[in-house]
Design a protein around this ligand. Structure first.
Ligand code: G3I
Length: 331
């Protein structure tokens, strides 16, 4: 049957994946699937600040360059992830994203230098950049990160987008976050942010909905949220989709749910269909494609959740894969 990328191409939708740089090239089956099934790739980790400038002033682009070369060879576009985030920062800058030994002015200068260095290195090779990642808490308040503190407010966001646009004027610049899928304090806050950035003529082009979903929560009003951001003139994208479920319910004395995988298939299908239904939705990216490489089991362990991706631990396509394939074929 047809690959996801070929089926997506029929409707103009890029089907992406996050890539684990350790597997790329080293794991033959992984590498084959990455090339055959997807038309866009995101570095799961190797473009993050801690990876590219662990030592202040010393840039290590090698792994990221390998990914970009892989993409080029396989006619894939690249989502750049991510320029500004409070996690995975180099130790010289901040150990936790909220505290730093640098002065406010040094923090500002470091961010500007970072955005220009990284975007110029990859200039012309990145389709969408996640310029700012996860700047809000779930309650809709801005996170009190080192950026927020250095600027004395959220003004850093506009500066980051302006610098990014100067550094690579052709890249699509995204704000990216989780829990934007449903209407609530966080998606409302990001909606207001985008509206105010537009009013100030800040170059922002898109909003990334990460899409880290769990079958233990009700399905979000995703299409509605995609539409309201699109109505602000934004592109939208699903950028980090996974659908986790409890994998050891017996450990918490709950019955094993034989229907769990059907619920997951339904969440995957509805998420893809929401994107397909919105013209401004330009890419649909699962956060990796093999359950053995997913961040989920290591993060959500009480109760244990997992099985969040569309290929199993042996890299066999699951029902979740076939549901996406069928939805794309019928689109
Ligand atoms: O590379 C080191 C290795 O040298 C060390 O021995 C090992 C021991 O802990 O850690 C390795 O780094 C890990 C890194 O992944 C690479 O595997 C980090 O500990 C681990 O924390 C890191 O996790 C990543 C996580 O972001 C960090 O916050 C996940 O792989 C990655 O999937 C996840 O992705 C994020 C998105 O960027 C933003 N949205 C949420 C999403 C899920 O958290």
């Amino acid at each position: 049957a047809d690959s996801l990328r070929a089926l997506g191409a029929r409707t103009g939708l890029r089907i992406g994946t996050a890539i684990n740089a350790d597997e790329l090239g080293a794991n033959e089956e992984y590498t084959r699937i990455a090339a055959e099934q997807f038309s866009s790739v995101t570095a799961e980790n190797v473009m993050k600040w801690a990876e590219v400038e662990a030592v202040r002033g010393v840039y290590t682009w090698e792994k990221a360059d390998q990914l970009v070369a892989f993409a080029k060879k396989n006619r894939q576009l690249v989502r750049g992830h991510t320029l500004l985030w409070h996690n995975q920062l180099p130790a010289w800058l901040s150990s936790d994203g909220y505290t730093t030994t640098l002065s406010d002015d040094e923090v500002k200068a470091a961010l500007k230098k970072h955005i220009f260095a990284q975007m110029r290195h990859f200039k012309g090779q990145i389709w969408q950049w996640d310029v700012v990642n996860e700047a809000f808490d779930d309650n809709g308040e801005p996170r009190q990160t080192i950026w927020y503190k250095a600027w004395g407010g959220t003004g850093y966001i506009a500066d980051a987008f302006r610098w990014a646009h100067q550094a690579d004027p052709k890249a699509l610049l995204f704000y990216n976050d989780y829990n934007l899928e449903f209407t609530g304090p966080k998606s409302n806050a990001v909606y207001e942010l985008v509206r105010s950035l537009k009013a100030q003529r800040v170059p922002i082009h898109g909003v990334g909905f990460q899409g880290h979903l769990s079958t233990q929560y009700g399905y979000p009003d995703l299409q509605n949220n995609l539409e309201r951001f699109a109505a602000l003139g934004q592109k939208v994208a699903l950028t980090e989709v996974d659908v986790r479920t409890a994998t050891k319910p017996e450990a918490v004395n709950e019955p094993v749910n034989p229907l769990a995988s059907y619920a997951q298939e339904s969440y995957w299908s509805r998420t893809l269909k929401a994107c397909l239904a919105v013209r401004a939705c330009i890419s649909f990216t699962p956060w990796g494609f093999g359950d053995a490489y997913s961040w989920v089991p290591g993060w959500f362990d009480d109760p244990q959740e997992g099985a969040a991706l569309i290929y199993d631990e042996q890299l066999n396509p699951k029902g979740q894969y076939h549901v996406l394939q069928q939805d794309l074929a019928l689109a």
